[in-house]
Design a protein. Sequence first.
Length: 326
Amino acid sequence: MLATVIATSGSTYRRAGARMLLSRQGRLAGTISGGCLESDLVQSAWDKTANGPTLVTYDATSSEDLVWGFGLGCTGVIEVLLERLPEDGGALAFLEERVSTESPGLLATAVSEGSLLARRWTTHEVGKLIKHSHTLLGTSSVSTHEVEVEGQRVNVLLESIAPPLRLGVFGSGFDAGPLITLADQLGWTTILIDSKSTYANPERFPLASRIVIQPFDSPLEELRLDAAAVMSHNYLNDLALLKQLVPLGLGYIGLLGPRARAERLLTELARDGVSQPDTIRAPVGLDLGSEGPYEIALSIVAEILSVFRGRRGGALSARYGTVDAA
């Protein structure tokens, strides 16, 4: 059973495109809310899809929801498409192919009530439905379009499937392992690069997608990186790496070490005629007051995520003052 969020309004935990997989035994993979909708779907999803795919709307805009409903506390509306998956995997098979081949793709799903509900079209077919859809290819975006199919006007959810982010971790010190672990949990592809195999091996880094042994001044184009964390703990190695990384135009280059060291490195790059793009983050990571390898790794992945999502990485919460009861 596949549950897909197709539309939301107001404040909701997940947005359109979020998915959850549900077995008959009640086992779950993924989430479409903070946990409140999942319990209802475990009880009702299979009955609701007895006659085919169906749409379910959860409305938490009423204050009575806290008492009579699911207690979402998000004051939003969530519309969910429920469907039993075919033996060939259906949409999941397409998504798995995109991930395994690390290639972008487009997926359009009919989300209007009627005979076409849950009908899907993939990359090459989407162009016949939606003009200029190719402009979304490879970006992380979800949009809804009204199209005509078999004489019917239907809404389709168009999703651009981007490959997993490819993170290069340069150096195999004690702090590289936690970074690779957290990146792996986010579904990123992690490539560990070092000049020696003494420490850079599968035994120490079992979660690394790939381990590359090569000199730090070697070309890096073949790795097809999106982001890089430079943490060789060696000044000359870091300098050689930056000379190779900067021309690649990566979305993020994080440089481990104190600010004075980073400024010296960047000054030497400038003297050698290497421009300094604003994608270099030094010192690396968000300011979380991190101490120890795992906290530092958390600050790094948080900063990378904020950069690629176009966010500043600040707090979401408001600062509430003391309320004067008088």
